[in-house]
Unconditional design. Sequence first.
Length: 725
Amino acid sequence: MADPMAEIKASFFIECDELLEALQDGLQLIENGEQDSDTVNVIFRAVHSIKGGAGAFGLTQLVDFAHRFETVLDELRADRMQIDQSLLALFYQCGDVLSDLVRESRDGVAHDIASVQPVLTALDQLIPADEEDTDDAVDFQPMAVSLDLPDLDDMPLTTDGLPPLAGGPDDTAKTYLIRFVPQQALYTLGNEPVFLLSALSELGTVQVSCDDNAVPPLEDLDPEAGYLCWEIQIQTTKDEACLSEVFEFVEGICTLEITTLGTAQPTLCDSIGADLAISPPDPEVAPNLELALPSPAPSPSPVTQATAPAPANDTRREAPRATVRVELERVDRLVNLVGELVINQAMLSQSVDAAGLSANTSVHTGLEEFLQLTRDIQESVMLIRAQPVKSLFQRMSRIVREASRDIGKSVRLRTDGENTEVDKTVIERLADPLTHMIRNAVDHGLETDADRVAAGKPAEGTIELTAAHRSGRVVIEVRDDGNGINRPKVQSIAISKGLVPKDADLTDSEIDNLLFLPGFSTATEVSNLSGRGVGMDVVRSAIQALGGRISIASTPGMGTTFSISLPLTLAVLDGMVVRVADQTLLVPLNAILETQTLSANDIRAFGPETNVICIRDSFVAMLDLGAELGYRAPLQSYVGCVMLLVATEDGSKAAIIVDAIEDQRQVVIKGLQDSYGRIPGIAAATILGDGQIALILDPIDLIANSEWRTRPPSLEQHEVGACNG
């Protein structure tokens, strides 16, 4: 039998991911010097919310750790503790442990508590003495609600609320009156008001009255409706914001009013209230329920919450936007259907063209509108799959902390462009190669603290992780301020391993690319991070599998930058349809700088089998696409052929020669790797409007593997001359 709570539990863990992200954001703001009460409250609420939800599901290890973390954060909120670098580092570790506990609770994996004992010990040392006794008693098992209701018509009205549940009066305490009216959605989502009342009891002395006047006669009672409301009088030293936090899980699915009273007063429901008894847990009665998750949309009835207004100048936090969680499988199906729609639109366009209809007919007009509509639908669907790289960047923050701690270096990670969006599939498959690159930057890129100081640099090294959209692609860069690539050492190691000949005359760029060769490593000892010769070659293979490219730029003494260029999506692309030796191919449009029909004056001989093209007083290498792909031999003359000018990652250019350009259109990407593996120069395939299959080229990979044969050996050689000569 399926677990009726499985769906709610899954939603809780999704919510945990968002709360952990908010926690990391808050810690990052503090690290950047923005230590204000709002930031600390965001961190506290994230931990508090995870603890509350975990308690509803009986996740005791998660609850216990979150409680200790929350207790220390409460000291920080109350200004009884000042944060410094050591405390911030501990908070980062706590965030990592909390993330592990959430993941292991979700996957049903037992957690080794001994592995986090040092963090627990550090937290316990910061917990005040009067709080320590309560730590061992933390147990947030669900509690049973006992409403001793006699026959509704004969129910006596009481004037007594609950006896005090916790603590006693305090001279500095304030008295608040809370009116809490659940809506039906609160119960539908599996929430229990008694949990909220129990949480309030931990904040001070409470008296609770339940108003049951809205309960109808038994024959008219709807068992799924909510008829009760509560009025709670609480005397506490906590502020109004703390009281509001207890109800943050049910915000939007209840009516909540908090009023400050000068002194303790009787509740408004004294004349009509019924006693609410809170009993200890009963495993046979208490269901395993979740404290509320955010509702997709608030009820039409007004929701009033008397809470402190947010600062008017707080520009860092945006108002929450309504969201809907959808299974990824459904989104993928929608993407596939839109892809088929694009293919059918192309087929329809080709059929209309083949029919020879006039361009002014209503059919053509309607087809143009259909084309625009198809493109708008496709772009909208792609946006559904698009996600910011923020979650990926936050994972890299942890990698930096752990790697730097393992090897004893002081390293700081700076990020930029976290809101840059890319296809969800790309993000998932980018995690492993980016982890390799970050570890490589920490281990190899940055010097030791002592070496940095000796070189006149700050002892703390810096790694910058950035993302941005450029020319229809997303570019992610990993930059360090280390010593740069030691090119003589790299070349020496490559020669000793037999990866390059001893007499090889390599450029700086060629030496840098030796790092991507399988088995290459500059580490002298095998460690947890490096030395086994597995790393950068895996990175390049993973990036290429995504249709991306990776390049290196390094300056001695200044640092190294690794740049990853990726497609925004793995579903569709805009391409230029070209013809080569009666074969139809497709070149990604964002890879093409310009096109030109060649004349005799544009072509110059260079070497025995190679030509170059003169473009605006500069020479560009010439690549015969038909000859490179084996469709035909190099031509005797390229006059009248079409050149596609393409730029490579290092800024150099190359001219790809095709017979003709046939069309420019949007196509659906069909992967080939599952069936054929990686094919140099070929990124994927697509289906054209006439049903023909066309290969999608990877121009950069094609250039990297080119033989540059553009002249038959028998052709008379000419020296390269001036463009006008």
